[in-house]
Design a protein around this ligand. Structure first.
Ligand SMILES: C[S@@+](CC[C@H](N)C(=O)[O-])C[C@H]1O[C@@H](n2cnc3c(N)ncnc32)[C@H](O)[C@@H]1O
Length: 306
């Protein structure tokens, strides 16, 4: 890894990293057609976060259409788009999973650009807002589309450990052979990764980061070293870290300068070797059985009764 990494403000093919300050549509228009191998992003959800203006669902969709159109143009054949979305709620009775809203936009490119839906990945996590009048939301989705049928997918790069790795067949034709792939298993389309809340090691001043491992798994599976990864809604630069760490080029935009500053600082920390991150592939923490929480009122009551 270079001891210094130049981050450009305007796109050129040879840049290792480009961080554009402004509207992502303006950035995308500066990118040549078919230059990117992967677009991976998490757009605003129109839920009144500090970085977005609340708008109608119709206007939200119109903007998404503009961004998606440009993303399809810059994507090369065999490349992929991964659109990570949650749920839009208006605090009253509207609960709208955004992938339901946005998928029909992608579907308009099925015929014209050979776009194909490959997976609707569920990203699930343990913590979040607690609801009293419905079940609390504990997942978001990633819509993964490829451009064409001949697309990059390196499953071996993202296999996860088998439950019983050394197990061998004890009878039949395969007797003595491993019953499962010794390289690990396919991670499936339900990914359990802690979301970046206050106590997460990767937490910055950005209110809605995704964990590094999320874009990283997609980058490892869907791109090769030297390929260009684009994130139109770069935020704190998580996609940039995952790209640079794995020898990919990256271009991204954010409308807020303060987030781009966070992104730049994270890249510097990564280059210096001081960036804290949750290790790739680390299993989810499970409290040991019979763990008693001192603050658990039921357990306290139980102890008092015995
Ligand atoms: C959900 S956050 C992305 C967070 C990012 N994945 C991360 O891990 O930090 C969406 C980002 O889009 C930015 N944004 C909103 N509208 C934008 C626009 N029109 N062009 C570029 N960025 C925009 C916001 O400032 C915000 O940082």
């Amino acid at each position: 890894m270079d001891s210094k990494l130049e981050i450009a403000e305007t796109f050129r093919r040879e840049n290792c990293a480009t961080f554009f300050h402004g509207n992502c549509v303006d950035m995308l228009k500066t990118l040549p057609t078919a230059c990117a191998q992967l677009v991976v992003t998490s757009p605003p959800y129109n839920v009144g976060k500090e970085y977005e203006e609340s708008t109608t669902v119709e206007k939200y969709l119109e903007f998404q259409e503009l961004v998606i159109k440009e993303c399809i143009r810059i994507l090369r054949p065999g490349g992929s788009i991964c659109w990570q979305l949650g749920t839009h709620t208006n605090g009253q009775n509207l609960v709208l999973p955004l992938d339901l809203l946005v998928h029909p936009v992608f579907a308009t490119y099925f015929k014209t650009d050979n776009l194909r839906l490959r997976n609707r990945i569920i990203w699930t996590f343990e913590h979040g807002l607690n609801c009293n009048n419905r079940f609390s939301g504990r997942y978001e989705t990633i819509l993964w589309y490829s451009k064409g049928d001949d697309y990059t997918f390196d499953l071996n790069a993202v296999r996860v450990p088998q439950k019983y790795p050394g197990k061998r067949a004890f009878k039949g034709k395969r007797k003595g052979q491993f019953t499962s792939n010794p390289l690990g298993k396919n991670p499936g389309d339900v990914w359990s990764l802690p979301n970046v809340k206050a106590n997460h090691v990767e937490k910055t001043g950005h209110p809605c980061q995704f964990p590094i491992e999320l874009p990283e798994r997609l980058i490892l599976a869907l791109t090769k070293k030297g390929d260009l990864v684009v994130d139109p809604f770069l935020g704190s630069g998580t996609t940039a870290i995952a790209s640079i760490a794995n020898g990919r080029k990256v271009a991204g935009a954010d409308i807020k300068l303060k987030y781009l500053k966070i992104a730049r600082s994270r890249v510097s920390q990564f280059i210096e070797g001081t960036l804290k991150r949750r290790p790739y592939g680390k299993p989810i923490f499970e409290p040991p059985p019979n763990t008693t929480l001192t603050t658990n009122p039921f357990k306290q009551l139980e102890r008092q009764m015995h």
